[in-house]
Design a protein around this ligand. Structure first.
Ligand code: PBG
Length: 324
């Protein structure tokens, strides 16, 4: 005689929803946006169907349509023209550069939205690396100076949260100091704490033309084989003053999300990156999987693993799904 029957709690829809442990909300999401120079531009990223690169004017329309759908937080990324890139990412400190202009315009038109801005040299670097390259080496401490000035430029333009995504040692502490010395104690830091050297960033690098010109990012981004290192990074970021810890990518690293969730009192963010989006989209468009269901299941798994915040290119699709 079977007396223990777990299926009883799955018997019908009402019971299933009563016992459901995790649910996605639109408030969980940050939507990344790609920005390019020019006017009236809206160019789809070939490897990310449904995701476009916008000039500032069309970007404002895109933000408006997202705000109408209930999206309140965005992570903009600039695509910098090749002729403005150099070894020291000088353009990242230009207050009249594409990125600060875009930040100011978004905040002027939508003061209620939260902007999380990426701090890393790669979109501005002629080497395509997240640090200064000297004799083939990505140097750490000299890079911090650049990151501090970049973060300050973004804060001055109106960023609410800065997101150092470069994986240099000591960046969170350095950026916190620079922001505080300049009166930006309210600007938060969402640290890309456990950022892995991943093949899943490919479409993003296409979108921004930011792939490394030489070598790879393995001397600074983490080895996908490691999890204990994530705890070391988390402890340092926390000590240095991070307000949020992020894990990136998300789907191949759900165990790391859970690990940080279980070992920190800070909010945990997860970045459902470009390649993860591309895989689900591509298979969905081919009819090989149900794209919408696969999207919902992937996003839910990230939340279940312990993420409080999800950065995802699916945020708008999810918002539309919620409206149905
Ligand atoms: C820049 C940065 C990257 C991503 C976010 N910030 C690329 C990289 O480190 O090469 C990837 C995001 C994505 O793939 O969606 N340092």
């Amino acid at each position: 005689m079977i007396t223990k029957r777990p299926r009883r709690n799955r018997y019908n829809e009402v019971i299933r929803s009563m016992v459901q442990e995790t649910a996605l909300e639109l408030n969980d999401f940050i939507f990344p946006l790609f920005i390019i120079e020019g006017q009236n531009q809206k160019i789809e990223v070939a490897s990310m169907p449904g995701i476009n690169r916008y000039s500032i004017d069309t970007l404002l329309d895109e933000v408006a349509s997202c705000v109408d759908l209930g999206i309140k937080a965005f992570a903009p990324f600039p695509s910098i023209p090749e002729n403005l890139k150099d070894k020291y990412a000088k353009e990242s400190e230009n207050p009249e550069g594409l990125f600060p202009r875009a930040i100011r315009e978004i905040k002027k038109n939508f003061p209620e939205v939260v902007l999380m801005t990426d701090v890393a040299m790669d979109p501005y670097s002629s080497d395509g690396h997240d640090g200064i390259v000297i004799n083939g080496e990505i140097v750490n401490d000299e890079t911090l100076e650049v990151l501090g000035r970049m973060a300050l430029t973004q804060a001055q333009a109106g960023a609410d949260i800065v997101g150092p995504s470069d994986m240099m040692d000591g960046r969170v502490g350095h950026i916190r100091r620079v922001l505080d010395e300049n009166g930006f104690h309210k600007v938060g830091i969402m640290s890309y704490t456990a950022k892995y050297a991943s093949a899943f960033y490919g479409p993003f690098r296409d979108a921004l033309d930011s792939a490394p010109k030489m070598g790879d990012k393995k001397t600074y981004q983490m080895n996908p084989a490691n999890s204990r290192e994530a705890l070391i990074e988390a402890a340092l970021d926390t000590e240095e003053g991070a307000d949020y810890l992020m894990v990136k990518p998300a789907l191949a690293y759900l165990d790391i999300i859970k690990l940080l969730r279980d070992n920190s009192h800070l909010p945990i963010a997860a970045y459902n990156v470009s390649g993860e989006y591309a895989m689900v989209k591509a298979a969905g468009l081919k009819g090989w999987i149900d794209g919408e269901k696969a999207m919902l299941e992937s996003l839910l798994s990230i939340k279940r693993a312990g993420a409080d915040i999800i950065l995802s290119y699916f945020a708008k699709d999810f918002a539309k799904y919620m409206q149905q």
